[in-house]
Design a protein around this ligand. Structure first.
Ligand code: HEC
Length: 144
């Protein structure tokens, strides 16, 4: 009976190890895909700034106020969301405030049909894009 008992014990140990392995693999797999998904959705969200920027540039170059306003509104809406706030410190918030200020002035200029001023404000806004990215990169080495 002893040998049967130890064979059974060995089988149980083996089954337990397999189960533990399956569980940890499962958890690991889920954790990495969740992180990847998060990265992807942040990336997709952030890249929408390019669509809005393209709209604004088209609006400025063709003197189409509506396009500029639409692009500016999209940027203003995005910069108010939670996902935008990748960093939570005061400097990041200051960069965002500056950016939003330029975009608001751009929107006003376009609404008034003042495309010279809109061009200047857009240049300020683009500078804010670059400045904020520089800052984010200095805080997070993996940033693009
Ligand atoms: C207040 C800060 C801030 C401003 C202003 C800002 N960005 Fe970003 N941007 C970020 C952050 C944070 C990320 C995400 C970085 C990361 O991947 O961790 C990002 C990512 C991006 C990406 C890369 C997306 C990817 O993963 O492929 C692009 C493109 C981009 N921004 C364009 C712009 C443009 C264009 C503007 C201006 C119209 C702008 N951003 C203004 C903070 C900012």
């Amino acid at each position: 009976m002893l040998s049967l008992h130890s064979a059974r014990a060995r089988w149980m140990t083996g089954a337990f190890l397999l189960l533990a392995l399956a569980l940890t693999e499962g958890i690991y797999y889920r954790a990495t895909t969740a992180a990847d998904k998060e990265d992807q959705s942040l990336s997709v969200f952030m890249r929408k700034k390019l669509d809005a920027s393209s709209k604004i540039l088209e609006g400025i170059t063709t003197e189409d106020s509506q396009l500029v306003v639409q692009g500016a509104d999209a940027l203003l809406a995005m910069s108010k969301t939670e996902i935008w706030n990748v960093l939570l410190d005061q400097d990041y918030r200051d960069f965002n405030t500056e950016f939003r200020g330029s975009v608001r002035k751009l929107r006003d200029a376009a609404e008034k049909g003042n495309f010279d001023n809109a061009t200047l404000q857009w240049m300020d806004a683009v500078k804010s894009c670059v400045e904020c990215h520089k800052y984010v990169r200095s805080q997070r080495p993996v940033v693009k």
